[in-house]
Design a protein around this ligand. Sequence first.
Ligand SMILES: [Zn+2]
Length: 85
Amino acid sequence: MTLEQAKKLAESMKKLPDTLATCHPKLTRGQVWCFKCGRSQKVNTAECFRSGWPKCCGETMSIDSPEERGEMILKRFIEEKEKVR
Ligand SMILES: [Zn+2]
């Protein structure tokens, strides 16, 4: 790797949090949830990628809304059942 390539890589790494923050609708809405107490919080997603996600009740808050979480659990449950068959 040349020095020029390394510089370019470093430059794109700096922009990575912003890129990540805009690559998924769950991230662009900028909201996280705690599943223990149900609290939700507005966040700056790009900032969270840099300095970490907010925590609540001792756990990292999730970018999935409670509805989405429910769907996920249901999906997994169905998949598990299909594996058994
Ligand atoms: Zn909580």
